[in-house]
Design a protein around this ligand. Sequence first.
Ligand code: B4P
Length: 183
Amino acid sequence: MRLVFIGPPGAGKGTQCVRLTEFLGVPHLSTGDMLRDAVQAKTKVGRLAKKYMGRGQLVPDPVIIDLIGERLGRDDCAAGYLLDGFPRTVGQAESLDEYGRGAKQPLDFALELQVDEENLVSRLLERGREDDKEKVIRRRLIAYRKQTEPVAEYYQQQDILKRIDGNTTPETVFERIKAALVR
Ligand code: B4P
């Protein structure tokens, strides 16, 4: 199964992907994790990404598209994948579609995890990662509304979007996701 998983920062995408990847038996590809690894390794991509992530902004599309394109080409993605936090812009979604058409591997579903803003802020402040400062969180939320909500609409038009209410425990959210993954 080929899935994309979007949702505002702190919605619990990473948390649910740990469960989902085991349930579906496909690799979990998180662009956030890939970028954090690159930052830690101080690669060229990492040095560039660090500036954007620290400001609560999205890393430019060409950088992310190269990163994910290379990863999707590996053998372990042949039978499917779970994309966590990608695509975050309509440009990224279009390039993923182009890749899927070329490989004759269209997406099966797009999941959008929806969580109220105040829940998001309190979850992230509690997590306390380097980019989880209130000012940066608010900027990430604005970026989500402007740049990523249109991605949900994009998949709605393709009729593959499943919206999940994530304002509850991780266990219940996971049950809701499993129930949504049927046509
Ligand atoms: P990401 O790493 O994708 O992180 P996130 O959106 O902040 O978090 P996520 O939704 O995965 O939340 P989590 O499960 O951890 O992005 C970080 C940055 O990387 C972006 O801001 C951007 O700069 C850059 N980036 C990444 N992808 C990009 C792309 N495609 N294009 C451009 N830039 C990109 O949960 C958060 C907390 O809530 C945790 O502490 C968790 O324990 C808790 N939690 C989870 N579920 C809960 C629940 N049901 N109830 C209560 N708490 C819960």
